[in-house]
Design a protein around this ligand. Structure first.
Ligand SMILES: [Zn+2]
Length: 137
């Protein structure tokens, strides 16, 4: 399962869809139609064209491998980590009551996902990037 890797890749700006592996045939068709590379831990798929086999189970090793093969090209922290939708700026007044009180008081820039409505702000981004840098180093 590479769900965690998918979330991290989105945070780094990669356009990343996550697909559960119970139907590899559908996955291959979808990847072809959308011109996507498949990242998988399923060794049965590793011989297929357009497939990158991820052997490691450790998130920072997985990310390092991805970044070696595909240098990041998207803007970091521009996509929703949950659903891959590009996030948009939202006025501060509109997030009142939807983020913790201290966050509202201390932050001025907010973003939201138009698809799943998750709210992002600088603090979450900075904490996540710090965690990422600690792991990938
Ligand atoms: Zn979302």
């Amino acid at each position: 399962m590479l769900g965690r890797l998918a979330r991290w890749m989105r945070l780094l700006g990669y356009d990343t869809e996550y697909f559960r592996e119970d139907h590899p045939d559908k996955l291959i068709v979808k990847a072809k139609a959308e011109a996507r590379v498949i990242l998988t831990r399923n060794s049965k798929l590793m011989e297929l064209p357009g497939v990158v086999y991820i052997k490691s189970e450790i998130i920072h090793e997985q990310l390092r491998k991805v970044m070696e093969i595909f240098p990041p090209e998207g803007e970091p922290l521009s996509r929703c980590s949950l659903c891959n939708t590009p996030i948009q700026r939202i006025e501060k007044e509109k997030v009142k009551g939807r983020v913790p009180e201290y966050v509202y008081k201390t932050q001025n820039e907010f973003y939201y996902c138009p698809e799943c409505d998750k709210i992002y702000w600088q603090g979450t981004h900075i904490d996540l990037m710090k965690e990422f840098l600690k792991r990938v180093g």
